[in-house]
Design a protein around this ligand. Sequence first.
Ligand SMILES: Cc1ncc(COP(=O)(O)O)c(C=O)c1O
Length: 429
Amino acid sequence: MTVDSASDLTDELGRLWAEYDLDSLTSEAAQYLSAGTATDWGLSAVVDYAVPTISLGGGIPDPASLPREELLDAMQRALAPADDGPLRYGGAVGFEPLRVALADRYTRDRGRPVTPAHFLLTNGSAGAIDLVCSAFLSPGDVVIAEAPSFSGSLRTFRGHQTEVVTVSMDHQGMHTEELEQTVERLVAEGRRVKLIYTIANFHNPMGAAMSLSRREHLLRIAARHGILILDDDAYGDIYFGEAAPRALSALSGGHGVITAGTFSKMIATGLRVGWIHAEPALIERCTRMRFEMGNSPLLHRMIYEFMKDGTLDRHLEKMRSLYAEKLDILASAMHEYCEPYLSFKKPAGGFFLWVTLRDGLTADALQAAGLEEGISFPIGYAFFPNRIDTTGEHIRLAFSWTSKDDLREGARRLGRACERAIERVSGGH
Ligand SMILES: Cc1ncc(COP(=O)(O)O)c(C=O)c1O
């Protein structure tokens, strides 16, 4: 084909395609979602202020502590065998020895003996949650979630054309009395309530760990109505003193509980390796809806090597004390610089501080003033399904990624931003 005839062709195709409306080709599910991403936190896309911004935005591990050398070492060992295993398709459930290692870990730490058949490896826990939705939810089904909840998962539920109904929570986790009433009301209305989504351990964004009595109540309510529980356990291994109360999966003896897990917060978000932990019959339903040939067998082997000799456990020990120290630094600097303007309760694990603003200070005004002072963070309402914070005015501060110096400086800037925002509100600007 000559260059001229090729450009004639593209001109002709351009004219033909101009008649089509992309929305008519877009799936119903994608039309259901607005443009944007899971981390659409109300921050403007282009932030160009004089002071370089300190971000307290994402739940991402500390960059200086990433175990680069140990991972490189593990990768070398993963690639050492002469066979093509690490570089070949890995199947729907993922690399067996890594699933054995996970089963051993759960048996040791989560209080119930389980087997590799209870695990399926996924593309992060976000991939796990998406796959659970594909396997168990149909358009129009109801998912119950805590308010607030992780914005990424709320978006996933919407993408599966389900309706999210929320139940409020406090620092003991989901209000299960309210859950019970909500479920009874929905069932009486003839709605199909299929899934209760909870982040029982060191919640994102609230930091709460659900109490044992609420865990037991939740399990009873779900079982009475035949509703699956999806426990998103991204932060369960990041605790600062005691671990969270016994896992929902262990308390239930596996009945009706699916757990999503991940290496993202323990090691690095870029690995994109997570898992579904559930009874084998539930795992089998998930494999039916798996169409992307599994995720990377090479990374499964690398992570297996990283776990095998205890490197993961040693790394986690260090990370727990690092994040506890970072939280202390942020919390004490906030007491110093921001005290009259806001309040918070220190979490016992995880990456986040959920901050309540005092009367008269709005999260929108504080975020805008924060950007002018050189600090960015998400607004509380980004963690509610309709972007309405029904519980007050909040912001979420992540202390995991930011350096210790920047945490101190960030709190100082936040204090100034509070003053600026309050002045504006009282000055009527
Ligand atoms: C509660 C929760 N679940 C799931 C995820 C997704 O993590 P990943 O897909 O990296 O495992 C995150 C990430 O921030 C999270 O906070």
